[in-house]
Design a protein around this ligand. Structure first.
Ligand code: PMP
Length: 387
């Protein structure tokens, strides 16, 4: 049968205990998620500011749909670039202090646009080993076009410098997550920038988990380090996490953004996101800018969790971000812990290899500004009891 090989592979995935299943939410994403008729306290989303279910944003989307229609009808360069898209790009660029921004339907597509478009034949890409899958795939596309690529050990600036120094490629592109999605730690952005300067490289930063959360007014990881705009920087941020909606942006110089617009296949050959999404994102951006109280609560809850779990049998990685991974070790133990929490009404997913290195299976606890002190207390008590 034509499906035999697929069936065998699926059976193998299942036998290794690596089959994934989707849980169906019977409520909007929020602090509480209804699943299988139960109300779960949600530590599993990337909704860091609690905006996914925000009524003002939902209303902006609904009004946007009534005014602009549901669909954009075409790709941006054909006839699908509507006024709300254009306004959103200007708002994002102004907020970040970058000359220009381009929006995408997803962060995955944005990363696929940046790396292979900058780094084609003869270029060299230098990538952190723990970069997100979308950046890894983006580098593969660069390689398919004839670029060379090297990975450096996580956040190892000395190793990166050795690789840069040994390269004679005329175009060099350094690619890194700003906040690493499975560890929650930050890249040393000022050092990355210095190396990019020294070796005349582009610096591509994926701030999926920093935008809206870190830095003054939630401007993100570059702002957190006080790094202003520079033409060699391309900053990607996703809009489905802290911004609570969906999509992504790339911000950069006028020339770099114009180059992406003219050349990036994952920008050019896809239908523009519906305009109501852009309407919702404009509202979300206003809330992010004025969201210091949300961020203060988020960081208070992160601190509470870290203090509460200090000295536990399992330890949290040293993360300052909303991603707080609790390292458990073996796959079965991480799954059992996640399951035991689930039975107590707490949803914190187990992450296993190959997503993370062998022996470091973990609970990926995501903290949100929507969580209350009592929610965090509940999680701490449950983990203490289970330890
Ligand atoms: N980069 C990072 C670091 C991410 O964590 C994610 C999403 N998990 C993406 C990019 C992809 O973004 P999107 O979900 O918008 O495709």
């Amino acid at each position: 049968m034509i499906e035999d090989r697929l069936q065998a592979e699926l059976a193998e995935i299942a036998s290794l205990g690596l089959s994934r299943r989707r849980r169906v939410l019977e409520s909007p994403c929020g602090r509480i998620a209804a699943v299988d008729g139960r109300k779960m306290l949600n530590f599993a989303s990337n909704d860091y500011l609690g905006l996914a279910g925000n009524a003002e944003i939902a209303r902006a989307m609904a009004d946007g749909a009534l005014h602009w229609g549901a669909g954009s009808g075409a790709s941006h360069l054909v006839s699908g670039h509507l006024a709300p898209h254009d306004r959103l790009e200007e708002e994002i660029a102004a907020f970040l202090g970058f000359p220009r921004a381009l929006t995408f339907s997803t962060g995955y597509l944005a990363n696929l646009a940046i790396v292979p478009t900058l780094a084609g034949r003869g270029a060299a890409v230098f990538a952190d080993k723990l970069n997100h899958a979308s950046l890894i795939d983006a580098v593969q596309l660069s390689k398919a076009q004839g670029a060379d690529s090297q990975r450096y050990p996580h956040n190892d600036m000395a190793a990166l410098e050795r690789q840069l120094a040994a390269s004679s490629a005329p175009t060099k592109v350094i690619v890194s997550d700003a906040v690493f999605s499975m560890d929650g730690d930050l890249a040393p952005l000022p050092l990355l920038f210095q190396l990019a300067e020294r070796y005349d490289a582009w610096l591509v930063i994926d701030d999926a988990h920093g935008f809206g959360v870190l830095g003054p007014h939630g401007k993100g990881s570059l702002a957190h380090f006080n790094l202003p705009f520079h033409p060699r920087l391309l900053l990607m941020g996703t809009l489905g996490k802290a911004a609570g909606v969906g999509g992504a942006f790339v911000a950069g110089s006028d020339i770099a953004i114009e180059y992406l617009l003219q050349r990036a296949r994952s920008y050019i050959f896809t239908t523009a996101a519906p305009a109501p999404i852009a309407c919702a994102l404009s509202k979300s951006l206003t809330i992010i800018k004025a969201g210091d109280a949300l961020r203060a609560n988020l960081f208070a809850r992160i601190g509470q969790l870290r203090d509460g779990l200090a000295g536990l049998r399992w330890s949290l990685l040293p993360s300052l971000s909303a991603i707080q991974p609790l390292i458990v070790g073996e796959n079965e133990a991480a799954i059992a812990l996640s399951k035991a929490l689930w039975e107590r009404g707490l949803w914190a997913p187990a992450i296993r290899p190959p997503t993370v290195p062998k022996g470091t299976a973990r609970l990926r606890i995501s903290v949100s500004a929507a969580h209350t002190a009592a929610d965090i207390e509940h999680l701490i008590n449950a983990l203490k009891e289970l330890a």
